[in-house]
Design a binder for this molecule. Structure first.
Ligand code: C2O
Ligand code: CU
Length: 478
């Protein structure tokens, strides 16, 4: 990570409670909520409010943030596939907000895209979300109103959907974030809205947390089977990750990629470092704990390498049972022959070739765009257009060519649908179902989806400053 006055703290370990994580067992999560109506389906209360959190470490000053239920990340929601999630967002923030259930294939009205699928939830107001969690896997929820500000302040949490028992494993959720803190260790608000950031890589931070703390330490028994659920809540940083042993050479620890963006991969892939985790993406890893020492999750960036979380090997050795493969997701098979072809051309940004773009009925030159805080365009438009990018009947197959004509990578996310990556610049994703794909500069990723959920769905770059500065559009199904 970038060297900074506080960068050294990423090396410090948080002592005490393993992981310092805000993980709750389901019973606790539900007990926090309101019991209402059907006693089988208690409502989880998610209260969005300002709170001071221990981002810097146990004995350091607290950092004012925005969070769900007073903690960053918000409570881990854990249900079984096919079960209902019922959550009441209560907005105690001074501004409107909403919650998006990232990666969940649910009804459009529950998608939480403020301004498109629901009205923003005003200060002091509440909104009830209820949906069936269709697919097992690792998901997350986050604010979806001015996300570049609200997610940066801490409004996110993990959402885990359990499938059939995948065998005995220690299940560890690792929610990564990259904060930009100022000299006082507070969230750098002065640089919110920076066009410099928006036109480049987005808001890169200087302080990495996992589950809201710096370099947490977890524990596992020798030989124990582990499932690490990596989730990135970073605004813009693309993490490059590796697992290293505690021997002098920091020998790579073998692991397998078993799921991407929630969906189990057809065949587990041996982990090859560096593993790319773009904003909003998830990667599930499976590994066997070594006999002794520890396993470090390391982030490499521009020549520096830091441990962002680690697992200490303690206690009696266990003989892990054989791994039970995860069920691949049940998705409608795309019909490539009858597919509708759609190009999505991304333009703009620093060092780009864009000369202007449409906003409403007007064609604006770069200077006028910049005045409105816009520096990117999708298919020649920098605003959220009146007309959808494409419109199809429910069940139609769409091949989307994500054409990146810029000098910057973009993490393209579709709401409400998973897509299969046909080709692109990321070999790990090829052939896999994802909901967020990284498209490298000057490259094209080809994806295919079966547009089977009716409604108005967002499609945007999940580098949140890019989204705010022109990289958002939508598509209509049904
Ligand atoms: Cu993770 Cu439009 O969102
Ligand atoms: Cu982008």
């Amino acid at each position: 990570m970038r060297r900074s006055m506080i960068g050294r703290r990423t090396f410090l370990k948080v002592t005490g409670v393993a992981g310092g994580t805000a993980m709750l067992c389901p019973a606790q999560v539900l007990a926090q909520g309101l019991e209402e109506g059907d006693a089988q389906q208690p409502v989880l209360l998610l209260e969005a409010r300002e709170v001071d959190v221990p981002l810097l470490g146990a004995d350091e000053p607290l950092t004012p943030a925005w969070a769900y239920n007073g903690m960053v990340p918000g409570p881990e929601i854990r249900v079984k596939a096919g079960e209902m999630v019922q959550a009441r967002l209560f907005n105690r923030l001074p501004v409107p907000t909403s919650i998006h259930w990232h990666g969940m294939r649910i009804e459009n009205e529950m998608d939480g895209a403020a301004g498109l699928t629901q009205e923003p939830v005003g200060a002091g107001e509440s909104f009830d979300y209820a949906f069936v969690a269709p697919d097992p896997g690792t998901y997350w929820y986050h604010a979806h109103m001015r996300s570049e500000l609200q997610v940066a302040r801490g409004l996110y949490g993990p959402l885990i959907v359990e499938g059939d028992d995948p065998g005995e494993m220690r299940d560890v959720t690792l929610m990564l974030d990259d904060w930009r803190l100022n000299e006082e260790g507070r969230i750098d608000e002065a640089s919110f809205g920076s066009l410099q950031d928006a036109g480049h890589a987005g808001r890169l931070g200087n302080w990495v947390t996992v589950n809201g703390v710096s370099a947490p330490v977890f524990e596992a028994a020798p030989g124990e089977r582990l499932r690490l659920r990596l989730i990135s809540a970073a605004n813009a940083r693309i993490f490059h990750l590796a697992l290293a042993g505690s021997d002098a050479d920091a020998t790579p620890v073998p692991a397998e990629v078993i799921a991407l963006d929630g969906a189990a991969v057809e065949d587990p892939v041996p982990l090859e470092a560096p593993l790319t985790l773009a904003p909003a993406q998830r990667v599930d890893l499976m590994l066997l704990a070594p006999r002794e020492g520890s396993v470090a999750l390391r982030a490499t960036d521009g020549g520096t390498e830091v441990t962002i979380a680690s697992i200490d090997i303690v206690g009696e050795a266990v003989a892990a049972p054989a791994a039970v493969p995860l069920e691949p997701p049940v998705m409608a098979e795309p019909d490539l022959r009858s597919a509708k072809l759609v190009d999505l051309i991304m333009d703009g940004g620093a060092m780009g070739r864009m000369r202007g773009a449409k906003v409403g009925a007007d064609v604006l030159d770069m200077r006028d765009l910049v005045e409105q805080g816009l520096v990117w365009a999708m298919n020649g438009r920098s605003d959220m257009p009146e007309e959808p990018l494409f419109e199809v009947e429910a069940g139609e197959t769409v091949i989307l060519n994500l054409i990146n004509r810029t000098r910057w990578p973009h993490a393209v996310h579709l709401h409400g649908h998973h897509f299969k990556v046909l080709g692109g610049s990321d070999p790990l994703s090829e052939g896999a179902w994802r909901d967020t794909v990284l498209v490298e500069p000057e490259r094209t990723a080809n994806i295919v989806l079966v547009a089977d959920k009716e409604g108005r769905w967002l499609l945007h770059c999940h580098m949140l400053e890019h989204q705010a500065a022109g990289m958002a559009t939508w598509f209509k199904v049904g």
